[in-house]
Write a protein that binds this ligand. Sequence first.
Ligand code: KG4
Ligand code: ZN
Length: 337
Amino acid sequence: MTGPLVLGIETSCDETGVAVVEGFTVRSSVISSQVDDHARFGGVVPEVAARAHVEAIRPLAHQAITLAGIHPNDIEAVAVTRGPGLSGALSVGYSYAKSLAYSLGRPMYGVDHMEGHLFAPRLSFDGYEPPAVVLLASGGHSQIIHVKRWGEYEVLGGTIDDAAGEAFDKLARFMGLGYPGGPAIDKDSDGGDPEAVQFPRALRDRPFDFSFSGLKTSVITYLEKARDADELPARNDVSASIQEAIVDVLVAKTFNAVESTGVEIVGAGGGVLANRRLREKFAEEADRRGVGLFVPEPALCTDNGAMIASVAVDRISDGVPGDDLFGDVDPGLALGS
Ligand code: KG4
Ligand code: ZN
């Protein structure tokens, strides 16, 4: 399937991502990760992120264009993350996108980062179509969305405190597993017993909402007590149990929404969907209920430019014009509002 050739840029947090898509086919997608720059601080430092994007963006854009086998003049539109995210980081990508669009004489589309995650499965699958329920779980956001049509979203629920990725990150930090915490706990839980410790599953009475701050307190209290009693369990048992507690509620609440809306399509995106146990549990549950599950490959779950470009592809096919080049980033942008 072909479609417009769009260059997509993502710089909302700690990965610089540039990609070229043709319709919903990825022609190239490159990432420059800043993980090493932030790791020694134990989390993302906004100034460090903005500077790293400045250094990475131009060579990365060239690389994406070269790998796609196109000439810059072939680009039909430029897409860029407008928010939510870190304002300095967003501004780097946004300014670069503006100048590129202006110099090429092509339209520029500012995209909601979370809508990018919501669109990512379109790059991997046919058949991912509304009406659908989509779980978005990243470092800053955790939401369950009822997609009525592309562009029409009802937020059914979300976290009332920490995002799922944030819970992984904070707990990994407490356990000394490093940053980013999600991949660290995912890896550390290998061979661990997910039933070893029963950590709480919060908000049972709110079918579509999450809360992860109680889990954090409970893990910290548990580990401190165990340490004082000199009865510390195997670390991989604790990691597997934490992971299971987070995964359990993400899956249960997504399927509560599937049941309540009656949709037959379930999608998911955001960095946390790279988690192996979450992917496995999602697949089991979708299978059991006979609904279609659309979770893209891990590289399209974490931040990337292709998902941003894919939103512009949809806008272009709807005849939506590009944005005013005098516009600006919106660090607090929220889906469905
Ligand atoms: O979507 P994303 O790449 O960036 C944001 O938009 O925030 O998500 C990053 C989050 C981080 O919190 C990271 O720890 C988490 O996704 N993450 C994971 C895994 N890989 C990344 N969480 C659990 N398991 C993973 N394998
Ligand atoms: Zn993201």
